[in-house]
Design a protein around this ligand. Structure first.
Ligand code: ZN
Length: 345
């Protein structure tokens, strides 16, 4: 089969389309094989390419976490889908046996693995996953749109609904609008009825965010984000900050956060080590929380949103598999608004 692969960590020159990889076989009666129609990239793919501590890749390593496709084979114990069904894939693979899995908290699994990071990825003609990691979608749904959906939306859904528990009328700051998680968080917060601030250093991205319902769009080149928020809220600040930038935004996130505020983070694209003043943390009675991916119930919930059309991810661009390196270039440029997709059709 054909796949986009890397054989060593490094830059984009490591990306190579191979056409002689074996088609993966079912490993368990609960597995399904999916013929991939489209795969989507995440910032995680750049981290995997450059190398992550503790993650060892066996070359040729198939990249990519997100995908949509058609079920091509099912194990004897599979009941939720059948061959021919169109599906989206949840890229978070749990063991389903540990103490957290038994609680239904699959993204806390002690042996949690993500396709493309710890397991062979989705930018390939075929991928084998547990049946619990696929849910069916209408055959008429655009394959690129569906591929763009799972990882970012699942992550944002858990951050906004399960962790921060954003309520109607609350004020939310979302950093870096343009990335998949930030856009999905904006869409989810607006459905809830929150008042949302977004940031970017690209005016075109701020305009797109306004079209998606952002109430306030701040340009980080021109605006002092915490000061603008303090001014607009009569010094109260926001109730919730959604931050996946890390080092570059952390201090400003806390300056923007009001009393009893919640900061939820799922990433650190600008760097992982941050500074916090503990006195402000206790005096303001803040809650700082982490979030990763999502559990089965959250995956089911987001796919219902996708099926009904209530939550549709913006697709920035679609590249054929043969131009996978160009897809990565687009991702690395930071110019995209929404998801960069690799088509396998
Ligand atoms: Zn587990």
């Amino acid at each position: 089969m054909r796949a986009l692969t890397i054989s060593a960590h490094g830059g984009l020159e490591q990306l190579e389309v191979r056409d002689n990889l074996p088609v993966p076989e079912l490993r368990a009666p609960t597995d399904v094989r999916v013929r991939v129609r489209a795969a989507a990239l995440n910032h995680l793919d750049l981290f995997v390419l450059r190398g992550l501590p503790g993650v060892t890749l066996l070359p040729p390593w198939v990249v990519g976490s997100d995908a949509s496709g058609v079920v091509d084979g099912v194990g004897d114990a599979v009941t939720n889908v059948a061959s021919g069904d169109h599906v989206v894939i949840n890229p978070g693979i749990s063991d389903r046996t540990c103490v957290f899995c038994r609680e239904g908290e699959h993204s806390l699994c002690l042996r949690y693995k993500i396709l493309g990071e710890h397991l062979s990825g989705t930018a390939a003609e075929y991928v084998v996953v547990p049946a619990a990691n696929v849910r069916s979608i209408p055959k008429s749904m655009d394959a690129s749109l569906a591929a763009a959906f799972p990882l970012a939306t699942l992550t944002a859904w858990r951050m906004v609904n399960t962790r921060a528990r954003v309520q109607a009328g609350e004020r939310v700051l979302i950093w870096g609008i343009g990335g998949g998680v930030a856009i999905a968080a904006l869409q989810i917060c607006k459905h809830i009825g929150a008042e949302v601030w977004v940031t970017s250093n690209h005016e075109a991205k701020l305009q797109r965010a306004r079209e998606l319902g952002a109430d306030h769009a701040l340009n980080t080149r021109a605006d002092d984000v915490p000061a603008s928020i303090r001014h607009a809220t009569g010094k109260a600040g926001v109730d919730v900050v959604i931050d996946n930038v890390g080092k570059a935004t952390w201090s400003q996130s806390l300056l923007a956060l009001g009393r009893r505020g919640r900061l939820v983070t799922c990433g650190a694209t600008s760097g992982p080590i941050v500074e916090s003043d503990v006195r402000r943390l206790f005096w303001n009675q803040w809650t700082i929380m982490g979030s990763t991916m999502g559990n089965d119930a959250e995956f089911a919930a987001i796919v219902d949103e996708l099926r009904s059309g209530r939550l549709l991810p913006p697709v920035d661009s679609v590249f054929p598999l043969a131009e996978g390196r160009r897809a990565y270039e687009r991702l690395e440029s930071g110019l995209q608004f929404g998801k960069v997709v690799i088509s396998l059709e």
